[in-house]
Design a protein around this ligand. Structure first.
Ligand SMILES: N[C@@H](CCC(=O)N[C@@H](CS)C(=O)NCC(=O)O)C(=O)O
Ligand SMILES: [Fe+2]
Length: 354
């Protein structure tokens, strides 16, 4: 199976990408709004077809990327019936299956952190995605969104600890840098929920957590109750060229588009002078501004026409797009593959040798 664990630093949220290699059908568990572009780039680069986004619950600390991904890929949104969100394509109940290609997840109701929490268990029970019902050596708080410690205790014991001990558990968050655990490990070492602990001990523990409410709660909960659909359209992607966004976070333009639009853009070549005037030559009309001088020289670049950054292979110019972005340029892209690809595709050069 294709599997990626992705992290959002702002909210310490894990997003999981699961794909069936035979059919390339995939799903995402708990995508984050601000990371939708990152997730989309990865899905495209891996050649996957996003069929579903699943939520483990209505989150209080970040907004879901479900709606943005649906807009981009036509993926369907699934979450628990009990969570009370509107705008989903499918409402799940305990025992429901969600298929992606030849693989599937079973939804198990694990309320207690919120009333609509689901744990998703992979078909062969080798992996389960617990959301905030069970965290690594911890669990989700129970002091808002219909949280209830007794309910959570029973959910974990009946629905998660009944899985095989070897089953790897992937949480909705981790605040310390841990990534995964197992049923056997948590039964032994979870300080709140280990097998030796009684329900009343757990209730006592949870009643005295004393945590401040999540910073984003007032924004996140109403947005998630609409599956992350924003008030205003978010079609804010740059449209001055058919750009692609790479998983590395760079907007790129292809050589054939640049060749047809040489006059519409400013080409900034960030190589060194001896390379600019060397055997690879340079693109007609390109201006030399070596990477090391770019920050101080950025003021001499106009802000009206889009900027395309170029170097030998596309690596230094990728860096240049980030520097220019920080300097306030909003129409900037990297020439994909740099001069090497430009020349390999036999587009015109000034100078250089054949
Ligand atoms: N400081 C974080 C708190 C996040 C938080 O409360 N997370 C919930 C999950 S949505 C939780 O149960 N956390 C358990 C814990 O922090 O032990 C924020 O402001 O976002
Ligand atoms: Fe949560």
């Amino acid at each position: 199976m294709i599997f990626r664990q992705l992290f959002d630093q702002q909210s310490s949220t894990y997003t999981y990408l699961l794909g069936d290699p035979a059919t390339r059908e995939a799903l995402l568990i708990d995508p984050v709004f601000e990371q939708a572009r990152r997730d989309a780039a990865l899905i495209e680069e891996l050649g996957l077809k996003l069929r579903w986004t699943l939520e483990t619950h209505v989150h209080a600390d970040h907004v879901t990327g479900a709606w943005l991904l649906k807009e981009k890929f036509g993926s369907r949104i699934a979450l628990s019936q009990a969570g009370g969100a509107e705008g989903a394509d499918r409402y799940l109940e305990d025992g429901d299956q969600v298929a992606f290609g030849k693989r599937s997840l079973e939804a198990r109701a694990t309320p207690g952190h919120t009333s609509g929490c689901m744990t998703y268990v992979l078909d062969e029970r080798s992996m389960a995605f617990t959301g905030d019902a069970l965290l690594i050596r911890g669990c989700g708080r129970t002091d808002f969104q219909q949280g209830d410690p007794r309910t959570l205790f029973r959910s974990v014991r009946a629905q998660i600890f009944s899985l095989p001990e070897r089953c790897t558990l992937f949480p909705g968050h981790d605040y310390r840098g841990l990534t995964a655990t197992s049923v056997g490990e948590e039964k032994l070492y979870n300080p709140r929920l280990a097998e030796a602990i009684l329900e009343q001990d757990f209730v006592g523990y949870m009643t005295h957590l004393g945590l401040a409410h999540p910073k984003e709660m007032e924004i996140a909960v109403p947005a998630n109750l609409k599956c992350g659909r924003p008030e205003k359209s978010t079609r804010g992607n740059p449209d001055w060229a058919p750009l692609t966004y790479t998983f590395a976070g760079i907007w790129e333009v292809q050589p054939h588009w640049l060749e047809e639009n040489l006059r519409a853009v400013q080409i900034i070549d960030v190589r060194e002078p001896d390379e600019f005037n060397g055997p690879l030559g340079h693109i007609p009309g390109a201006r030399l501004l070596p990477l090391g001088l770019l920050s101080e020289g950025a003021g001499s670049i106009g802000k009206q026409a889009p900027v395309v950054a170029v170097c030998r292979s596309g690596a230094r110019s990728a860096r240049a797009t980030l520097i220019l972005g920080k300097a306030g340029f909003d129409k900037v892209a990297n020439l994909s593959g740099g001069m090497l690809r430009w020349r390999a595709q036999r587009f015109p050069v000034e100078g250089g040798t054949d």
